[in-house]
Design a protein around this ligand. Structure first.
Ligand SMILES: *Cc1c(COP(=O)(O)O)cnc(C)c1O
Length: 360
């Protein structure tokens, strides 16, 4: 067996120890004689798995009691609709558009109400986070929405916008659990799990209780109502059991890394290795504005499309997978999520240095 260094933006690298543990438990989960994939979601064993996962997540993020944690199928993209559908009171939704994901969320919200774009960085190909001091929150906004880390362009918010008392909704898909968060600053904090937490197909939504409609929303499908998940501990129907189980293992792994404080230090160190190299490189340049640089997704270019393609091909041959950039930025992108080992980033920098010495 040989594992590559996988720089995929998602689905992405998972901690090796987690995968090994899952492999060991595949045929017989802790003496119950079956895989977690095969057991009833109503069984006591699975109840233990989902409750422990939630408890560990609450501990890691310091989630207050007045927030619900929900495991929801449909990935982050389904949340683009569930958020306006569930938070709708006046029907005015404010969005800050800092990349493709917030743009998609904004467009989806427009199907359900008056979605307003407060600021956008599209004019600069989303290479920066818009000026937050210039935003004017609508008086009657139901919420203000951001994508905290734009996966494709490699930008992140280092400060949160002043929402003038309106609930802040944040998509944290690509920075989930990468550093500590103050959950109380958000009304909703959510993400698809396949970037930084587990297998694809599920989102975790952490929603302040007062934002969850108390009554059934007659015109919203039952599976799209937060109330359904909140009232039933995410077990109204069969949840993605195996995904929840693996996420739970990743939460345990994160606790071993020193929780989110520990993870942040590791992530800053790893990202620093790559950015420091890029900043002095004669061949490669990072594309995102320095102040807004992501710790997780790092796009870079040589400025020459052919050379970029050559770099991607040669890096692949050397065991570095998925470094090709997204088509809307071009060049390369290294996604260095929590589970990317420091050695992977060190090896990548060494490889880039070597490539540079031949081509610069
Ligand atoms: C990947 C991604 C999404 C989409 O996630 P799906 O689970 O595929 O729906 C949304 N937002 C961000 C920031 C992402 O990185």
């Amino acid at each position: 067996m040989s594992r590559v260094y996988n720089f995929s933006a998602g689905p992405a690298v998972l901690p090796e120890s987690v995968l090994k543990e899952a492999a060991e438990e595949m045929l017989d989960y802790r003496g119950c004689g079956m895989s977690v994939m095969e057991m009833s979601h109503r069984s006591a064993v699975f109840k233990g798995i989902i409750e422990e996962a939630e408890a560990d997540l609450r501990e890691l993020m310091g989630i207050p009691d007045n927030y619900k944690v929900m495991f929801v199928q449909g990935g982050a993209t389904l949340q683009f609709a569930m958020i306006p559908l569930n938070l709708k009171r006046t029907g005015v939704f404010d969005y800050i558009v800092s990349g493709s994901w917030s743009k998609k969320a904004y467009q989806e919200a427009g199907r359900f109400g008056d979605a307003r774009c407060l600021a956008s960085s599209q004019d600069g190909n989303f290479s920066y986070v818009p000026d937050l001091s210039a935003i004017e929150v609508s008086d009657d906004a139901d919420y203000v929405y951001i994508c905290q880390n734009e996966t494709i362009y490699g930008t992140r918010y280092t400060t949160l916008p002043d929402t003038k008392g309106k609930p802040l909704v944040a998509d944290v898909s690509s920075c989930f659990l990468s550093e500590p968060v103050d959950v109380e600053r958000y009304g909703v904090i959510y993400g698809g799990v396949q970037k930084n937490v587990g297998p694809a197909g599920m989102a975790i939504a952490i929603v302040r209780e007062d934002l969850i409609p108390a009554d059934d929303l007659a015109d919203v499908p039952i599976m799209l109502q937060y109330k359904t998940y909140a009232d039933n501990g995410s077990l109204y129907n069969t949840p993605p059991c195996y995904t929840i189980y693996l996420c739970g293992k990743v939460f345990k792994w994160l606790k071993e890394q020193g929780g989110l404080e520990g993870m942040k230090k590791i992530n800053e160190y790893k990202a620093g290795l790559l950015y420091d190299f890029l900043d002095q490189s004669k061949l490669f340049t990072a594309t995102a504005r320095k102040e807004d640089r992501s710790l997780m997704n790092i796009p870079f270019v040589t400025g020459n499309d052919e050379l970029d393609a050559q770099f991607v091909a040669e890096s692949k041959a050397a065991g570095f997978e998925n470094l090709k950039g997204h088509r809307s930025v071009g060049g390369m992108r290294a996604s260095i999520y929590n589970a990317m080992p420091t050695e992977g980033v060190e090896a990548l920098v060494a490889f880039m240095r070597e490539f540079e010495s031949v081509h610069a």
